[in-house]
Design a protein around this ligand. Structure first.
Ligand SMILES: [Zn+2]
Length: 141
């Protein structure tokens, strides 16, 4: 009997996974990576329910809606992924990795798998996951 795909992914080293192994037609396809923490972060960013200060402020859970490093900018997914100078080096690496995909000025939707081309969406999201992991901000998402 074949193990469920999720189980198979958990047992497969990251370096041996290939994009083709993911079925883009699956429900919530972006949640089938080998990392539950990254899946959760991407889902939270996609639905806008994060632990970033802007969202916590809307819920009355913090007084300050601003970025911890940029006191005049709201702490939003857009700011984290596209603007915050704190993550400049990781963003530069992200943008360079998107260059071969002909994506020069990605939007937040692009970065979170919103491309109408599912294959491209998955490739972009893979790079966004790398950004999220390397920026060390998963605990805030
Ligand atoms: Zn910032």
């Amino acid at each position: 009997m074949q193990p469920p795909t999720r189980e198979k992914e958990r047992l497969t080293p990251l370096s041996t996974l290939h994009l083709d192994e993911y079925d883009m037609t699956r429900h919530h396809w972006w949640t089938h990576s080998p990392s539950r923490a990254l899946d959760t972060a991407v889902t939270r960013l996609r639905i806008g329910h994060t632990r970033l200060n802007s969202h916590l402020h809307k819920l009355g859970m913090t007084d300050d809606p601003h970025c911890p490093w940029c006191p005049t900018y709201l702490d939003t997914p857009e700011h984290l992924l596209l603007q915050c100078p704190r993550h400049h080096s990781h963003r530069t690496a992200l943008l360079q990795s998107l260059y071969p995909l002909l994506l020069r000025r990605p939007t937040l939707a692009d970065l979170l798998g919103g491309s109408p081309d599912p294959g491209l969406a998955f490739k972009i999201l893979k790079h966004t996951r790398t950004f999220l992991q390397k920026s060390g901000q998963l605990h805030r998402i």
